[in-house]
Design a protein around this ligand. Structure first.
Ligand code: ATP
Ligand code: MG
Length: 286
C-alpha cells in the first residue's frame, strides 16, 4: 500500500537525503526503520506524507501518488496518514480532549476546526480514541499535566481520531523510560493490529524493533541496505547496516523539546506537523 519506486530526496542545499529507495509496504504491516543518526530515517518517513518533498522516482500511498506541490491533494493524503513524534507534540495548555480533537481537524471542514467547533460525533470519536489508549479519565486534564507515557498516548489518540490508514511514528518512545516505552509501543502494536493500520516507526532501540515489528528496514546514507522479516535481522546483519559493532552510543541522544504552546486553539493537524518540521529546520537539521 506504500510504494517507493526509485525515490530520491535531494535537500535544497544539494544533500541527498534518500538515494534510490525501493520499498513495497503492505496494508497492516508494522515496519521498523533502523540506522545510525543521519541515515535518512526521518527523511523517509516525512517523504510519505509530503512533509519532505521527494525529487525523483514515484511514491504512492494507497491509490494516491504523493504530490508535494499539490496542496489540496496533500491535505487529503495527510487526513489518512497520521504522524506521531518523539516529543509528543501535544499542545500543553489545552485539554487532552482538545488535543485529540485536533486529529478530527483532518476530517472536518476547515472553517469548523478554525473556530474550534467540533460536533458531538467528533467528540464521540475522540472519546473512543482515548478509550483505546486507556486514558479516557484524563479527557479534561491539561495535556501538560500528564506523564510522558500518557502524553504519548494522547498523541496516539489524536492520530486515531483521524481514522488513519497509515501511522508514521518518528522515534515515538525515545524520550520514555524503557518500561514505559514498551507499554506505549505495545499499545500502538495492539491498536494497529486491531484496526489493520499500516505502521512505519523509526527506532533507535534494536531490541524494541525486534520485539514489536513484523519487518525491519535498515538504512545507511539515504539507502535501504537491509529489508527483511524481523527474525532475519540478526546482530551480524545490523552490524552491517551500522558498519561497525553495536555500542551503547547507537542509542540516540534526545531531540530538544519543541514547544507548541503558540499554536492557536483551532490548530489543525497540518499546523502541528508544519510547526514540528519548522522547529527541526531551525535546529539546522531535518
Ligand atoms: N532540511 C535539510 N537540509 C539539508 N540536509 C538535511 C535536512 N534535513 C536532513 N538533512 C540531512 O539528511 C540526512 C538524513 O537526515 P535524517 O534526519 O533523515 O536522519 P535520521 O536517520 O532521521 O537521523 P536521526 O537518527 O539523528 O534522527 C542527514 O545527514 C541530515 O543532516
Ligand atoms: Mg530522525
Amino acid at each position: 500500500m506504500i510504494k517507493f519506486e526509485n525515490v530520491d530526496v535531494v535537500y535544497p542545499n544539494g544533500f541527498k537525503g534518500l538515494d534510490d529507495v525501493n520499498l513495497n509496504i503492505s496494508q497492516g504491516e508494522f515496519v521498523a526503520i533502523i540506522g545510525l543518526s543521519g541515515a535518512g530515517k526521518s527523511t523517509l518517513i516525512r517523504a510519505v506524507n509530503g512533509l519532505v518533498p521527494y525529487t525523483a522516482g514515484v511514491l504512492t500511498v494507497g491509490e494516491t501518488v504523493v504530490d508535494p506541490k499539490n496542496k489540496s491533494k496533500l491535505r487529503k493524503l495527510r487526513s489518512k496518514v497520521g504522524m506521531i513524534f518523539q516529543q509528543f507534540n501535544n499542545v500543553g495548555r489545552i485539554s487532552v480532549l482538545n488535543n485529540v480533537l485536533i486529529g478530527r481537524s483532518a476530517v472536518t471542514p476547515t472553517w469548523r476546526s478554525l473556530i474550534g467547533w467540533y460536533s458531538e460525533a467528533d467528540k464521540e470519536v475522540a472519546f473512543q480514541s482515548l478509550e483505546r489508549v486507556g486514558i479516557v479519565e484524563k479527557a479534561y486534564d491539561r495535556a501538560s499535566s500528564l506523564s510522558g507515557g500518557q502524553q504519548q498516548r494522547v498523541a496516539i489518540a489524536r492520530v486515531l481520531a483521524q481514522d488513519p490508514e497509515v501511522i508514521l511514528a518518528d522515534e515515538p518512545v525515545a524520550s520514555l523510560d524503557p518500561p514505559t516505552a514498551r507499554k506505549v509501543l505495545g499499545d500502538l502494536r495492539r491498536i494497529q493490529q486491531d484496526l489493520g493500520i499500516t505502521c512505519i516507526v523509526n527506532m533507535h532501540h534494536l531490541d524494541l524493533a525486534r520485539d514489536y515489528a513484523d519487518r525491519i528496514i535498515g538504512m545507511r546514507a539515504g539507502q535501504v541496505v537491509f529489508d527483511g522479516r524481523t527474525e532475519e535481522a540478526t546482530d551480524a546483519v545490523i552490524e552491517d547496516v551500522y558498519q561497525r559493532s553495536l555500542t551503547a552510543e547507537d542509542v540516540a541522544s534526545l531531540d530538544a523539546p519543541i514547544s507548541l504552546d503558540d499554536l492557536p486553539e483551532g490548530a489543525t493537524v497540518e499546523d502541528l506537523e508544519e510547526a514540528v518540521a519548522a522547529a527541526g529546520d531551525a535546529d539546522g537539521k531535518r
